[in-house]
Design a protein around this ligand. Sequence first.
Ligand code: ADP
Ligand code: K
Ligand code: ZN
Length: 436
Amino acid sequence: MAIEFWQEEFETLGKKDLQKLQVDRLNKTIESACRSPFYGNLYSKKNIKPGAIKAISQIAELPFTTKQDLRENFPYGFLSLPKKDIIRLHSSSGTTGNPTVIFHNRHDLKSWANLMARSLFCAGIRDTDVFQNICGYGLFTGGLGFQYGIETLGALSIPAGAGNSLRQIKLMRDYGTTAAHAIPSYLGRLYEVFEAEGLDPKRDTQLKTLVIGAEPHTDAQRKRIEEMYGVRAFNSFGLSEMNGPGVAFECTHQNGLHIWEDSYVVEIIDPETLQPVPDGEYGELVMTTLDREAMPLIRYRTRDITRIIPGECECGRTHRRIDRITGRSDDMFIIKGCNVFPMQIEGVLMKIPEVGSDYMIHLETMNGADEMVVEVEVKSDWFQGDIKRLNSLSNTITRQIRDEVLAKPIVKLVEAGSIPKSEGKAIRVTDNRKNG
Ligand code: ADP
Ligand code: K
Ligand code: ZN
Protein backbone atom coordinates (compact mmCIF):
# COMPACT_ATOMS: atom_id res chain seq x y z
CA MET A 1 0.00 0.00 0.00
CA ALA A 2 1.27 3.47 -0.84
CA ILE A 3 2.37 5.59 2.11
CA GLU A 4 0.10 8.63 2.22
CA PHE A 5 1.47 10.62 5.12
CA TRP A 6 4.76 11.88 6.48
CA GLN A 7 3.52 11.56 10.07
CA GLU A 8 0.18 9.82 10.04
CA GLU A 9 -0.10 9.93 13.84
CA PHE A 10 -0.16 13.74 13.78
CA GLU A 11 -1.69 14.47 10.39
CA THR A 12 -4.84 12.41 10.93
CA LEU A 13 -5.53 13.15 14.61
CA GLY A 14 -9.25 13.36 15.41
CA LYS A 15 -10.60 16.75 16.44
CA LYS A 16 -10.77 15.95 20.16
CA ASP A 17 -7.24 14.57 20.33
CA LEU A 18 -5.89 17.43 18.27
CA GLN A 19 -7.49 19.96 20.62
CA LYS A 20 -6.17 18.14 23.66
CA LEU A 21 -2.68 18.24 22.19
CA GLN A 22 -3.13 21.96 21.48
CA VAL A 23 -4.19 22.70 25.06
CA ASP A 24 -1.16 20.84 26.47
CA ARG A 25 1.20 22.56 24.09
CA LEU A 26 -0.37 25.98 24.61
CA ASN A 27 0.10 25.77 28.38
CA LYS A 28 3.71 24.77 27.83
CA THR A 29 4.11 27.64 25.38
CA ILE A 30 2.72 30.14 27.90
CA GLU A 31 5.12 28.79 30.49
CA SER A 32 8.15 29.35 28.29
CA ALA A 33 6.84 32.68 26.97
CA CYS A 34 6.67 33.94 30.55
CA ARG A 35 10.45 33.66 30.70
CA SER A 36 10.80 36.34 27.99
CA PRO A 37 10.92 40.01 29.04
CA PHE A 38 7.93 40.91 26.84
CA TYR A 39 5.44 38.20 27.84
CA GLY A 40 6.81 37.95 31.38
CA ASN A 41 5.91 41.55 31.95
CA LEU A 42 2.61 41.52 30.03
CA TYR A 43 1.27 38.30 31.56
CA SER A 44 2.19 39.22 35.11
CA LYS A 45 0.33 42.53 34.67
CA LYS A 46 -2.71 40.67 33.36
CA ASN A 47 -2.29 37.83 35.84
CA ILE A 48 -2.09 35.13 33.15
CA LYS A 49 -0.54 31.91 34.42
CA PRO A 50 0.70 28.75 32.70
CA GLY A 51 -1.89 25.99 33.11
CA ALA A 52 -4.73 28.51 32.84
CA ILE A 53 -5.95 27.09 29.53
CA LYS A 54 -8.43 24.22 29.91
CA ALA A 55 -10.12 24.44 26.51
CA ILE A 56 -8.54 25.76 23.33
CA SER A 57 -11.31 28.37 22.89
CA GLN A 58 -9.91 30.10 25.99
CA ILE A 59 -7.04 31.32 23.85
CA ALA A 60 -9.35 34.24 23.01
CA GLU A 61 -8.78 35.53 26.57
CA LEU A 62 -5.08 36.16 25.87
CA PRO A 63 -3.88 39.48 24.47
CA PHE A 64 -2.76 39.81 20.83
CA THR A 65 0.86 40.24 19.78
CA THR A 66 1.55 42.66 16.91
CA LYS A 67 4.38 43.49 14.54
CA GLN A 68 4.65 46.74 16.50
CA ASP A 69 5.38 44.74 19.69
CA LEU A 70 8.14 42.86 17.86
CA ARG A 71 9.66 46.12 16.64
CA GLU A 72 9.46 47.85 20.01
CA ASN A 73 11.18 44.93 21.72
CA PHE A 74 13.87 44.55 19.09
CA PRO A 75 16.14 42.65 19.17
CA TYR A 76 16.05 40.36 22.22
CA GLY A 77 12.87 41.27 24.12
CA PHE A 78 10.97 38.13 23.05
CA LEU A 79 13.72 35.62 23.85
CA SER A 80 12.62 32.86 26.25
CA LEU A 81 16.02 31.22 26.44
CA PRO A 82 19.57 32.41 27.17
CA LYS A 83 21.58 33.36 24.09
CA LYS A 84 23.89 30.38 24.46
CA ASP A 85 20.94 28.11 23.48
CA ILE A 86 20.05 30.08 20.35
CA ILE A 87 21.62 28.88 17.12
CA ARG A 88 20.05 30.90 14.28
CA LEU A 89 18.11 34.04 13.50
CA HIS A 90 16.04 35.07 10.48
CA SER A 91 14.87 38.56 9.85
CA SER A 92 12.53 40.25 7.41
CA SER A 93 13.67 43.15 5.28
CA GLY A 94 12.07 45.97 7.28
CA THR A 95 12.57 48.92 4.95
CA THR A 96 11.25 51.32 7.59
CA GLY A 97 12.08 51.13 11.29
CA ASN A 98 13.45 48.06 13.04
CA PRO A 99 13.37 44.76 11.17
CA THR A 100 11.47 41.81 12.59
CA VAL A 101 13.79 39.13 13.92
CA ILE A 102 12.99 35.56 14.96
CA PHE A 103 15.35 33.30 16.94
CA HIS A 104 15.57 29.52 16.95
CA ASN A 105 17.20 26.90 19.14
CA ARG A 106 18.09 23.39 17.98
CA HIS A 107 14.64 22.04 18.75
CA ASP A 108 12.92 24.83 16.80
CA LEU A 109 15.00 24.23 13.68
CA LYS A 110 14.35 20.49 13.82
CA SER A 111 10.64 21.04 14.25
CA TRP A 112 10.55 23.52 11.34
CA ALA A 113 12.49 21.17 9.03
CA ASN A 114 10.03 18.41 9.90
CA LEU A 115 7.00 20.61 9.13
CA MET A 116 8.63 21.59 5.86
CA ALA A 117 9.25 17.92 4.95
CA ARG A 118 5.65 17.10 5.91
CA SER A 119 4.46 19.92 3.65
CA LEU A 120 6.48 18.78 0.64
CA PHE A 121 5.36 15.18 1.16
CA CYS A 122 1.76 16.33 1.31
CA ALA A 123 2.18 17.95 -2.13
CA GLY A 124 3.36 14.62 -3.50
CA ILE A 125 7.12 15.23 -3.42
CA ARG A 126 9.25 12.20 -2.50
CA ASP A 127 12.88 11.22 -1.88
CA THR A 128 13.08 10.18 -5.54
CA ASP A 129 12.63 13.83 -6.63
CA VAL A 130 15.38 16.23 -7.64
CA PHE A 131 14.36 19.49 -6.01
CA GLN A 132 15.70 22.87 -7.12
CA ASN A 133 15.18 25.68 -4.62
CA ILE A 134 15.01 28.88 -6.68
CA CYS A 135 14.97 31.29 -3.83
CA GLY A 136 17.25 33.70 -1.94
CA TYR A 137 19.35 32.07 0.79
CA GLY A 138 20.26 34.15 3.80
CA LEU A 139 18.08 36.04 6.24
CA PHE A 140 15.01 35.35 4.08
CA THR A 141 13.35 32.13 5.30
CA GLY A 142 12.56 30.65 1.88
CA GLY A 143 16.14 29.55 1.24
CA LEU A 144 17.22 27.65 4.35
CA GLY A 145 13.60 26.82 5.29
CA PHE A 146 13.15 24.78 2.12
CA GLN A 147 16.72 23.51 2.15
CA TYR A 148 16.43 21.70 5.49
CA GLY A 149 12.94 20.49 4.59
CA ILE A 150 14.11 18.95 1.31
CA GLU A 151 17.01 17.28 3.10
CA THR A 152 14.76 15.97 5.88
CA LEU A 153 12.42 14.54 3.24
CA GLY A 154 15.41 12.99 1.53
CA ALA A 155 15.00 14.44 -1.96
CA LEU A 156 18.13 15.50 -3.82
CA SER A 157 18.38 19.22 -3.15
CA ILE A 158 19.81 21.80 -5.52
CA PRO A 159 20.34 24.99 -3.50
CA ALA A 160 20.17 27.15 -6.62
CA GLY A 161 19.45 30.50 -4.99
CA ALA A 162 17.52 33.31 -6.67
CA GLY A 163 17.87 34.86 -10.12
CA ASN A 164 20.25 34.12 -13.02
CA SER A 165 17.63 32.47 -15.21
CA LEU A 166 20.05 30.94 -17.71
CA ARG A 167 21.85 29.18 -14.90
CA GLN A 168 18.54 28.00 -13.41
CA ILE A 169 17.61 26.45 -16.76
CA LYS A 170 21.01 24.81 -17.11
CA LEU A 171 20.76 23.32 -13.61
CA MET A 172 17.31 21.96 -14.42
CA ARG A 173 18.50 20.33 -17.60
CA ASP A 174 21.86 19.06 -16.29
CA TYR A 175 20.45 17.33 -13.23
CA GLY A 176 16.95 16.45 -14.40
CA THR A 177 15.12 18.60 -11.87
CA THR A 178 11.64 17.17 -11.22
CA ALA A 179 10.42 19.62 -8.59
CA ALA A 180 11.19 23.25 -7.81
CA HIS A 181 10.21 26.08 -5.51
CA ALA A 182 10.00 29.68 -6.69
CA ILE A 183 7.91 32.78 -6.16
CA PRO A 184 5.10 32.91 -8.73
CA SER A 185 6.07 36.30 -10.18
CA TYR A 186 9.53 34.94 -11.05
CA LEU A 187 8.19 31.93 -12.95
CA GLY A 188 6.61 34.10 -15.65
CA ARG A 189 9.95 35.74 -16.22
CA LEU A 190 11.83 32.45 -16.25
CA TYR A 191 9.42 31.18 -18.88
CA GLU A 192 10.26 34.16 -21.11
CA VAL A 193 13.93 33.16 -20.86
CA PHE A 194 13.07 29.57 -21.83
CA GLU A 195 11.24 30.96 -24.87
CA ALA A 196 14.08 33.29 -25.82
CA GLU A 197 16.44 30.31 -25.77
CA GLY A 198 14.13 28.37 -28.05
CA LEU A 199 13.31 25.95 -25.23
CA ASP A 200 9.99 24.67 -23.97
CA PRO A 201 9.94 23.57 -20.32
CA LYS A 202 7.31 20.94 -21.14
CA ARG A 203 9.57 19.27 -23.68
CA ASP A 204 13.04 20.22 -22.48
CA THR A 205 12.85 19.61 -18.71
CA GLN A 206 11.60 16.83 -16.45
CA LEU A 207 9.66 19.16 -14.16
CA LYS A 208 6.51 17.62 -12.65
CA THR A 209 5.87 19.74 -9.59
CA LEU A 210 6.27 23.39 -8.72
CA VAL A 211 5.83 24.82 -5.27
CA ILE A 212 4.81 28.47 -5.41
CA GLY A 213 4.39 30.87 -2.53
CA ALA A 214 5.84 33.72 -0.47
CA GLU A 215 3.61 36.25 -2.22
CA PRO A 216 -0.09 36.58 -3.01
CA HIS A 217 -1.21 35.17 -6.34
CA THR A 218 -4.52 34.17 -7.86
CA ASP A 219 -5.77 30.78 -8.96
CA ALA A 220 -5.69 32.12 -12.54
CA GLN A 221 -1.96 32.79 -12.08
CA ARG A 222 -1.45 29.24 -10.80
CA LYS A 223 -3.25 27.78 -13.82
CA ARG A 224 -1.04 29.80 -16.15
CA ILE A 225 2.07 28.49 -14.41
CA GLU A 226 0.77 24.92 -14.64
CA GLU A 227 0.15 25.32 -18.37
CA MET A 228 3.44 27.07 -19.13
CA TYR A 229 5.53 24.40 -17.40
CA GLY A 230 3.28 21.37 -17.84
CA VAL A 231 3.29 20.71 -14.08
CA ARG A 232 1.05 20.78 -11.05
CA ALA A 233 1.71 23.84 -8.91
CA PHE A 234 1.07 23.83 -5.16
CA ASN A 235 0.50 26.83 -2.93
CA SER A 236 2.95 27.21 -0.04
CA PHE A 237 2.26 29.67 2.77
CA GLY A 238 4.33 30.86 5.67
CA LEU A 239 5.75 33.91 7.39
CA SER A 240 9.00 34.44 9.27
CA GLU A 241 7.17 35.14 12.53
CA MET A 242 5.80 31.56 12.33
CA ASN A 243 9.23 30.16 11.17
CA GLY A 244 8.79 30.78 7.45
CA PRO A 245 7.55 28.30 4.83
CA GLY A 246 5.94 25.10 6.09
CA VAL A 247 3.03 26.73 7.95
CA ALA A 248 0.28 25.78 5.50
CA PHE A 249 0.48 23.81 2.26
CA GLU A 250 -1.76 22.38 -0.42
CA CYS A 251 -2.12 18.63 -0.66
CA THR A 252 -2.51 16.83 -3.97
CA HIS A 253 -6.23 17.70 -3.98
CA GLN A 254 -5.30 21.40 -4.45
CA ASN A 255 -8.34 22.63 -2.58
CA GLY A 256 -6.93 24.98 0.05
CA LEU A 257 -3.90 24.82 2.34
CA HIS A 258 -3.71 22.47 5.32
CA ILE A 259 -2.47 24.54 8.22
CA TRP A 260 -0.51 22.40 10.68
CA GLU A 261 -2.64 22.58 13.79
CA ASP A 262 -0.41 20.44 15.99
CA SER A 263 2.16 23.21 15.69
CA TYR A 264 -0.02 26.33 15.47
CA VAL A 265 -3.33 27.55 16.83
CA VAL A 266 -5.25 29.23 14.01
CA GLU A 267 -7.84 31.96 14.48
CA ILE A 268 -9.58 34.20 11.96
CA ILE A 269 -10.75 37.53 13.37
CA ASP A 270 -12.55 40.60 12.15
CA PRO A 271 -9.68 43.14 12.00
CA GLU A 272 -12.00 45.95 13.16
CA THR A 273 -13.88 44.32 16.06
CA LEU A 274 -11.09 41.78 16.82
CA GLN A 275 -13.82 39.16 17.34
CA PRO A 276 -13.64 35.69 15.73
CA VAL A 277 -15.50 35.25 12.44
CA PRO A 278 -17.37 32.01 11.62
CA ASP A 279 -15.67 29.35 9.45
CA GLY A 280 -16.04 30.24 5.79
CA GLU A 281 -15.85 34.00 6.33
CA TYR A 282 -12.82 36.10 5.46
CA GLY A 283 -10.84 37.89 8.14
CA GLU A 284 -7.34 38.36 9.50
CA LEU A 285 -5.29 35.28 10.29
CA VAL A 286 -4.05 35.17 13.90
CA MET A 287 -1.52 32.48 14.83
CA THR A 288 0.11 31.02 17.92
CA THR A 289 3.23 28.82 17.89
CA LEU A 290 2.84 25.54 19.78
CA ASP A 291 6.20 23.92 19.24
CA ARG A 292 8.74 26.70 19.53
CA GLU A 293 11.08 27.12 22.48
CA ALA A 294 13.41 30.05 21.78
CA MET A 295 10.78 32.58 20.84
CA PRO A 296 7.14 31.56 21.22
CA LEU A 297 4.58 33.99 19.79
CA ILE A 298 1.04 33.99 21.10
CA ARG A 299 -1.94 35.33 19.11
CA TYR A 300 0.24 37.02 16.54
CA ARG A 301 -1.75 39.23 14.14
CA THR A 302 -0.38 38.29 10.70
CA ARG A 303 -2.41 40.96 8.79
CA ASP A 304 -2.97 38.31 6.10
CA ILE A 305 -6.54 38.00 4.89
CA THR A 306 -7.97 34.51 4.41
CA ARG A 307 -10.72 32.20 5.63
CA ILE A 308 -11.12 28.69 6.99
CA ILE A 309 -12.55 26.40 4.31
CA PRO A 310 -15.40 24.50 5.98
CA GLY A 311 -15.51 20.72 5.66
CA GLU A 312 -12.98 17.92 5.45
CA CYS A 313 -10.38 17.18 2.81
CA GLU A 314 -10.52 13.88 0.93
CA CYS A 315 -6.84 13.25 1.59
CA GLY A 316 -7.57 12.22 5.18
CA ARG A 317 -5.58 14.97 6.85
CA THR A 318 -7.66 16.41 9.67
CA HIS A 319 -5.83 19.72 9.95
CA ARG A 320 -8.13 22.43 8.67
CA ARG A 321 -7.55 24.28 5.41
CA ILE A 322 -7.18 28.00 4.83
CA ASP A 323 -8.01 29.58 1.49
CA ARG A 324 -5.35 31.28 -0.60
CA ILE A 325 -4.33 34.61 0.94
CA THR A 326 -6.10 37.45 -0.87
CA GLY A 327 -3.51 39.94 0.40
CA ARG A 328 -2.44 41.71 3.56
CA SER A 329 -4.88 44.06 5.22
CA ASP A 330 -2.40 46.86 4.46
CA ASP A 331 -2.24 45.98 0.71
CA MET A 332 -5.69 47.38 0.20
CA PHE A 333 -5.90 50.85 -1.33
CA ILE A 334 -8.81 53.21 -1.91
CA ILE A 335 -9.24 54.81 -5.30
CA LYS A 336 -12.25 56.87 -6.40
CA GLY A 337 -13.97 55.72 -3.21
CA CYS A 338 -13.55 52.01 -4.00
CA ASN A 339 -11.61 49.54 -1.83
CA VAL A 340 -9.24 47.56 -4.03
CA PHE A 341 -6.92 44.61 -3.42
CA PRO A 342 -4.18 44.16 -6.06
CA MET A 343 -5.15 40.49 -6.36
CA GLN A 344 -8.57 41.47 -7.75
CA ILE A 345 -6.79 43.14 -10.63
CA GLU A 346 -4.42 40.19 -11.10
CA GLY A 347 -7.43 37.87 -11.19
CA VAL A 348 -8.85 39.82 -14.15
CA LEU A 349 -5.54 40.12 -16.02
CA MET A 350 -4.38 36.52 -15.73
CA LYS A 351 -7.57 35.27 -17.34
CA ILE A 352 -6.95 37.30 -20.50
CA PRO A 353 -4.80 35.16 -22.84
CA GLU A 354 -3.08 38.09 -24.60
CA VAL A 355 -1.78 39.44 -21.28
CA GLY A 356 1.87 38.63 -20.56
CA SER A 357 3.38 37.67 -17.23
CA ASP A 358 3.67 40.98 -15.42
CA TYR A 359 1.70 44.05 -14.44
CA MET A 360 2.01 47.06 -12.16
CA ILE A 361 -0.52 49.40 -10.57
CA HIS A 362 0.41 53.10 -10.26
CA LEU A 363 -1.74 55.44 -8.21
CA GLU A 364 -1.27 58.98 -9.56
CA THR A 365 -2.73 62.43 -9.22
CA MET A 366 -3.53 63.78 -12.69
CA ASN A 367 -5.10 67.21 -13.15
CA GLY A 368 -6.07 67.19 -9.49
CA ALA A 369 -7.86 63.82 -9.62
CA ASP A 370 -6.60 60.48 -8.37
CA GLU A 371 -6.23 57.83 -11.06
CA MET A 372 -5.29 54.18 -11.12
CA VAL A 373 -2.91 53.49 -14.00
CA VAL A 374 -2.56 49.77 -14.74
CA GLU A 375 0.52 48.94 -16.75
CA VAL A 376 0.10 45.56 -18.44
CA GLU A 377 2.69 43.52 -20.30
CA VAL A 378 1.33 42.01 -23.51
CA LYS A 379 2.68 38.73 -24.96
CA SER A 380 5.50 39.42 -27.40
CA ASP A 381 3.79 38.10 -30.55
CA TRP A 382 0.83 40.33 -29.79
CA PHE A 383 2.61 43.63 -29.38
CA GLN A 384 3.57 43.72 -33.05
CA GLY A 385 -0.15 43.72 -33.89
CA ASP A 386 -1.94 46.70 -35.38
CA ILE A 387 -3.17 49.64 -33.31
CA LYS A 388 -6.82 48.64 -33.66
CA ARG A 389 -6.19 45.26 -32.06
CA LEU A 390 -4.23 46.85 -29.21
CA ASN A 391 -6.95 49.43 -28.62
CA SER A 392 -9.60 46.81 -28.47
CA LEU A 393 -7.52 44.75 -26.00
CA SER A 394 -6.97 47.83 -23.87
CA ASN A 395 -10.72 48.54 -23.85
CA THR A 396 -11.50 44.97 -22.81
CA ILE A 397 -9.03 45.15 -19.91
CA THR A 398 -10.39 48.54 -18.81
CA ARG A 399 -13.96 47.29 -18.80
CA GLN A 400 -13.18 44.05 -16.97
CA ILE A 401 -11.17 45.80 -14.26
CA ARG A 402 -13.93 48.36 -13.80
CA ASP A 403 -16.52 45.59 -13.47
CA GLU A 404 -14.37 43.88 -10.84
CA VAL A 405 -13.27 46.79 -8.62
CA LEU A 406 -15.86 49.43 -9.67
CA ALA A 407 -13.20 52.08 -10.33
CA LYS A 408 -12.26 52.78 -13.96
CA PRO A 409 -8.51 52.36 -14.56
CA ILE A 410 -6.26 53.91 -17.20
CA VAL A 411 -4.76 50.88 -18.96
CA LYS A 412 -1.30 51.15 -20.50
CA LEU A 413 -0.14 48.21 -22.63
CA VAL A 414 3.61 47.63 -22.69
CA GLU A 415 5.98 45.10 -24.24
CA ALA A 416 6.74 41.80 -22.52
CA GLY A 417 9.67 42.13 -20.13
CA SER A 418 9.53 45.93 -19.92
CA ILE A 419 8.23 46.26 -16.34
CA PRO A 420 11.25 46.40 -14.01
CA LYS A 421 11.51 43.34 -11.77
CA SER A 422 12.38 43.48 -8.08
CA GLU A 423 14.94 41.02 -6.73
CA GLY A 424 12.56 39.20 -4.39
CA LYS A 425 8.81 39.41 -3.99
CA ALA A 426 7.00 41.38 -6.67
CA ILE A 427 5.99 44.96 -5.91
CA ARG A 428 2.53 45.44 -7.38
CA VAL A 429 1.56 48.97 -6.39
CA THR A 430 3.26 52.37 -6.37
CA ASP A 431 1.41 55.24 -4.75
CA ASN A 432 2.43 58.68 -6.05
CA ARG A 433 -0.77 60.50 -5.12
CA LYS A 434 -0.39 64.05 -3.90
CA ASN A 435 -3.14 64.01 -1.27
CA GLY A 436 -3.09 60.26 -0.47
P1 ADP B 1 8.21 39.94 4.64
O1 ADP B 1 7.27 40.33 5.74
O2 ADP B 1 9.49 40.74 4.58
O3 ADP B 1 7.55 39.80 3.30
P2 ADP B 1 8.07 37.08 5.13
O4 ADP B 1 8.88 36.18 4.30
O5 ADP B 1 7.90 36.74 6.53
O6 ADP B 1 8.73 38.49 5.03
O7 ADP B 1 6.67 37.22 4.41
C1 ADP B 1 5.53 36.54 4.85
C2 ADP B 1 4.34 37.08 4.15
O8 ADP B 1 4.35 36.74 2.76
C3 ADP B 1 3.04 36.52 4.66
O9 ADP B 1 2.62 37.18 5.82
C4 ADP B 1 2.13 36.77 3.47
O10 ADP B 1 1.70 38.11 3.45
C5 ADP B 1 3.03 36.54 2.29
N1 ADP B 1 2.89 35.16 1.79
C6 ADP B 1 3.67 34.11 2.07
N2 ADP B 1 3.24 33.00 1.42
C7 ADP B 1 2.14 33.36 0.72
C8 ADP B 1 1.23 32.68 -0.14
N3 ADP B 1 1.36 31.39 -0.44
N4 ADP B 1 0.20 33.38 -0.65
C9 ADP B 1 0.07 34.69 -0.36
N5 ADP B 1 0.89 35.40 0.43
C10 ADP B 1 1.92 34.74 0.96
K1 K C 1 17.19 11.25 -2.69
ZN1 ZN D 1 -5.90 17.41 1.83
